[in-house]
Design a protein around this ligand. Structure first.
Ligand code: ZN
Length: 133
């Protein structure tokens, strides 16, 4: 794994949270993007070489809607930058971790992503992401 790529934060209202995080970080989000397959609207802030991703649910069956219902707003996942996502998925599966998706899928911010089940990672949802740029 190369570095922490971003930290994902589940929010109820991304407009309000964009204002809040713009005040907090001193910069506006550099992009907003809908991920239709996940039913989420995302926004991204640069913080040095890392990012903060805000996620708002767009549907009731979105994983973010379920998270907000169970836990409320807060840190949702930590994403690690990887050079070769398929190799990392293979390595982690052999090391006993449970992958939520069997194949890399297209996530926000032009990345291929895979999630690890939080049951096997001390309750922390882990995202692997490989840049497609
Ligand atoms: Zn993410």
């Amino acid at each position: 794994m190369l570095k922490i790529e971003h930290i994902g934060i589940a929010v109820k209202n991304i407009k309000d949270s964009n204002d809040l995080f713009s005040r907090l970080l001193g910069a506006e989000p550099y992009k907003m993007e809908e991920v239709v397959s996940e039913g989420v609207l995302t926004s991204f802030f640069k913080v040095g070489e890392n990012k903060v991703e805000l996620l708002q649910a767009l549907r009731e069956d979105s994983p973010i809607a379920r998270f907000l219902e169970k836990k409320g707003e807060g840190i949702h996942h930590i994403a690690f930058d990887v050079a070769d996502i398929s190799a990392e998925m293979d390595r982690l599966q052999k090391a006993g971790f449970t992958l939520i998706n069997e194949h890399p899928k297209k996530g926000a911010d032009n990345k291929l992503v895979c999630f690890l089940h939080p049951k096997g990672t001390n309750g922390v949802l882990i995202e692997l992401c490989q840049s497609m740029d």
